[in-house]
Structure formats: C-alpha cells, structure tokens
Design a protein around this ligand. Sequence first.
Ligand code: BES
Ligand code: ZN
Length: 631
Amino acid sequence: MALLQLAAASFLTVAMLGGCTAPDAGLQAEDKAPVPTHYVMDKHSFARPAEAVATHLDLDIHVDMEKKRIQGTATYDLERQSGDSVVFDTDGLNIESVTLGDGSTAKFTMGDSTFMGRSLAVALPQGMNKVIIAYSTGANAKALQWLNPAQTAGKEKPFLFTQGEATLTRTWIPIQDSPGIRITYNAHVTVPADLMAVMSATNPQERSTDGSYRFNMDKPIPSYLIALAVGDLGFKPTGARTGVYAERSVVDTAAWELADMEKMVEAAEKLYGPYRWGRYDVIVLPPSFPFGGMENPMLTFATPTILAGDRSLTSLIAHELAHSWSGNLVTNATWNDFWLNEGFTVYFEHRITEALYGKDYNDMTSVLGYQDLLANIAEIDSGAHPEDSALHLDLTGRNPDDGMTDVPYEKGYAMLRLIETKVGRPKFDAFLRGYFDHFAFQSINTDTFTTYIQKELLVPEHVQIDLDAWINKPGIPADMIIPVSKNFQQVDTQVLRFKDGSAAKDLDTKGWGTFQWMHFLRHLPAKQDAKRMDDLDATFHFTASGNSEILAAWLEQCVKNDYGKAYGKLDEFLTNVGRRKFLMPLYQELLATEKGKAVAMKIYAHARPNYHSVSQRSLDELLHWKEGSAQ
Ligand code: BES
Ligand code: ZN
C-alpha cells in the first residue's frame, strides 16, 4: 500500500533548507555538514529526503563503448527519519534488481513515466540503511554523449562524457537527483584498456594497464556534479595543484592555453578563502560538448572552443573555478534558485579576471554580458513566459533547463555589483567570504540568502535596495548600474566610420583583442552588401578565424546579410561544434528567411547526430524538428 502511494506521488522532494542546522564551517575545511532535517520542496525530484536520504554512493560500473551502455551497481548508505521506503529518481534506466544490505532481495516499485523520469521506491524493513541497485543505462540516456572516433580530435578512439546539470544524472545513475541533497561518493569504473577514465573526484594522471579506475569524492556534493569522461586522454600539469586533461593529441595545446590556472586558484583564494577541494584540473572535451564549461568538482569539463591560440577566452575557466565556492560549496537548493549559483559565479569570475587581467578587461566583459542580457530579456518578453526575467523562478511542471537563460547570470551579477557599490568593496568581500564559510557544503534557497544578507550586511550597513524587485520581478530594475568600457568607445568610433563608408583597411583597429572584435562585429550595420562583407573579410580574415567567439559573431553577420561565401564555413562550424550558445543564435538567424530556413534544416539534418541531447532538445524545439523530417 505504501509503495502504491509512493508510485502515485508526484514530485515531492524536499530540498535542504540551509542555515538551520549546520554550524559555520570555519576556515579549515570542515567537509561534513550534518545531514539536515529541514528541507524545501524540489518539484524536479521524486525523492523524499526528509524520510530517507542517501548520504554515500558506492558506484561500481562498466562502460561498454561498443554497446554504448553503462552497467553496474549503485550502493547507497541511507539515513532514515520516518517511513518504510526510500525514493530515487531514474530516467530511462533499466533497473535489474534491488538488494538490501543484508543480502536479501528488496521490493521496489517504479512510478509512471513523466517529463522528469520515473520514481524508484524501495521498500525498507525497519533499521535497514543500505540498498544496492543493479542497473544499466538506456539507449538514449540524455546525460551521455557517446562519440565515434570520427567525432574526436585523435580520430582513432571513441569518447564518452556525461553532463548532469540540471536533472540528467538520473539518466545514468539511479539517484536522489535534487540539488538540495548532498552525497559523498566513490566509484570503481572499468573501461577498455586503451582508454582512461576521469571523474569529478580524485583522478588518475596516467592510464591504468587494465582499464580499471577508482575514484573518491569525500565531500558532500549535489548529484548534478557527479561526472565521468572516458577517452584517449593525457594529462599535463599547469602548476602544483592544477593541470589539464585532454585527448592526447590536444593536451599540449590545451595546457599552453590554460597556463594561468594556478594563478586563478591563488587569486580566488585570496578573495574568498581556501580552495577546499584539493586539486583543480580541467578536461578539454571534444567540440560537441554542449556548454562552454561545467563546474564538476575537482575537474571542470570544458569546450575546446576556448582554445583560441592567444589565451583570450580563458575567463571561462575563472567562471568554472569560481563555482568551487558559489555552486559547489554553497549550492542552489532547487532549480528555481539557479541564480544563486550563476549570479554569484559571474561576480566572482569578474573578480578573478580583474585580479589577473585588470579593470579594462573586466569592463569589456561586463558590457558584452549586459548586451547579452538585454537581447535575452527582449526574447523572453516576447515568449510564452515573460516572468522568466525574474531572478527567482517558479519552474513547476517545466524542464529546469528553460530557466537557464542569461538572466540568472547577468542580472544576478548586476545585483551583486550594485550592492558592492553601495557598501564598498571591503565590506562586500568580507560579507561574501562569510557567506561561503557559513553555508559551506550546504544547499540553500533564495529566501535563506535574502534573510542572511539582510541581517549580515544590508541592515547593519543601512543599505537601501529593493531586493524584492531585483529577485521577484521581471525586467531590469531602474537602479541597475549600466556597465561602460572605454576600450569599446574607441571601437564604436570605428563602427561609425565604417557605417559612413570608410574602407575596412582605413579603420584603426590596432591592438584590438577578442572582446573589441566581438563588440565590433555585434555592431556592424544590420544590412550590408556582399562587397562590404568582402572588404571586411579580406581585411580582417574573419571566416578563417580560429577564435570561436569571433567566428561565431562573424557568421551571425554572414547569415543576416546572406553572405553566401561564408556558408561553407557556417556548415562546417555547425556540424563540428555542439556548444549550444553558438548554435542557437546561428540557427535562429537562419530561420528569419525562407531560404535561410532551408539551409538550417539541411545542415541540422546532418549535424544533429553530432550534438549532445541538451543541444538537440533546444534545437528540436527551435526548428520544430521531427525525426524523419530530413529534407
Ligand atoms: N553550470 C553552467 C553550465 C550549465 C548551465 C549546465 C545550465 C547545465 C545547465 C556553467 O558554469 C556555465 O555557466 N557555463 C557557461 C560559461 C560561462 C563562462 C558563462 C557556458 O557554458 O556558456
Ligand atoms: Zn556557471
């Protein structure tokens, strides 16, 4: 009976409400926050942690690169408060058996399929606190991207990577998949002997002889941060605590590009306290990785499109590193609170890059971010959910990915900058440092943050700010500080000259870096004939640019102006690169005309199999794609 009720229950996870139970973590790494007894509702998980919560995962899996399947066991230690079952999330998994800690077979029930997967409820006798779930992944596990050798740099060996955030970990591990629930894990992973495996945990630096690897993450993390990559990997250190993994043919290039990693960790620690995770490594993945970066603890996953050859795109690493505090140490308790992860991280990222590269650099990235924000809000305003430009969202019944726009990033950042300006940097820094220490290894929601900042900073400092408007209302509040960049003023002058008819070669572009070029490309006249485009390309060689940001911004102009000469490059870029941020605007721009739409559908038909499910989902929706609708 109890099991039937569980099976029928919809999303009932209650995520931990931070700040009530755990003491301050202090400066020395105090890794084990007590298991909380207060939780807030997470509508995107079936788990019921207030009744039974998994505190440790022992994963034992085999990765079959040929069958494109993961098979093995997930063994959980549980802490129980009430009830006679424990509920996990699954999505597309084959659950083969469930065994209890005493070796007996457990009764389990799976709920109906929903857009967030299926619940797995395991009946527990009194006092039982261990379960072993034997399972395998399904054919289209959304977290997993299995790459054929042709999709890799080396072209000889297959590759696998996982992407857990937001709710995809349940597609490769049966788990309580809510960011409000934290877990430690260790893993035994076997892979073909000619490949190496790495995880968001302690990692090998060399290939094992038999394809067997062991990992340990002894700090409690949310499930979306459990990650695995398998491929023909090499490793190269970039400092005492930092290093780079990549396919062996890429590892030297990647290590050169990311040479500043060690300095970034030092700068971050100087700002907001010790880096608590041991090593900080980055793995540069094949180009189909759907994001720029993903902050998997101890091992950031990154796109190779940051390898510009001039180290100009490495602020992305500062961003993912900053998540080691904002996100991984202090975590959004539900996906409605996603801005707590990303807004703080963009702020922290800017502080790291300012320390390394100076204020002018930061002013430029702030302006570019603001441009993204304005464009994104305009889009949101004309869509089905204009309320999505608030920081705190209600994503009930929706895929949490829908809330992952520029708003939590750039509006969140703008709010923190405003508060920084009002209280002054020293006080704001002291507050942030205290915030990270106070909530270390906890998951908190927006209310907990608001209460904390009122009490610790805004009230004592007599700061007037309408937090409710910033957090709960859509749009851009009137008191937002609009960023400006003196480097861009000079670019604006050249844009005007070009608009007035100057030839490209007569423009003064001396000393321009990536950001100036991005700003320039974003502000070219909306319509120009092929001759002007020819002139730009012959002078500045955009189509041949090895810098993905410059190339993507240029290709957008090419589509806008139907500049046919660049369509070969466009096809190549859209086929090889799976980073959603680049794909969406290009396909969107193509859709503006009938001719462009035909080009988009044709490219998508052959490019789609190269994309991760995350990018496929967004593009299927944009292009109204139906399987079999290839042109
Ligand atoms: N955590 C995000 C990536 C993410 C967001 C994954 C939403 C799944 C759902 C990561 O830290 C991130 O923000 N990446 C950015 C780069 C950054 C420099 C803004 C990206 O991938 O573009
Ligand atoms: Zn981020």
